[in-house]
Design a binder for this molecule. Sequence first.
Ligand code: FES
Ligand code: FES
Length: 167
Amino acid sequence: MRDTHSIAFRVNGRRHELTVESRRTLVDVLRHDLGYTGTHVGCEHGICGACTVLVDGAPVRSCLMFGVQADGRDVETVEGLGQPDALGPLQEAFSAEHGLQCGFCTPGFLMLLTAFLRESPAPSDDEIREVVASNLCRCTGYQGILRAARAAVTSSNEVRPPESGTS
Ligand code: FES
Ligand code: FES
């Protein structure tokens, strides 16, 4: 008999209720049960970061998390960042700055940087480098990814209202 659980969680704000096997990983639940195929699967053992999604705002390697552990949580995937005809700012920056070539790693980098830039809206280059070093890209040499992250920081600073004075 299969060991299954009924769970409910939100993906990009949309609630899903489903029954999953205990052993099923979150990335398989997202891709195969719910159709969020934007999240990619590379190594399947926590090294490459291609499967990075946000769980309650924190980046998680979804190949290392079971689907049942998402019960009651808020999950964000690359589908929540924009649409093909209306890319989000970070996606625009990746496109403009050649932050991708084959694109296999890109959803993971986008989610990793989304969480990072929410926490650190004005990071140094060294801080960006340290963060992107946690995911693997075989194509770009990382320079385009760094430029994209910098461009996203700059554009968000341009639209952010000036901080009000303390006096
Ligand atoms: S597929 Fe999850 S870290 Fe590589
Ligand atoms: S763009 Fe090909 S692996 Fe990163």
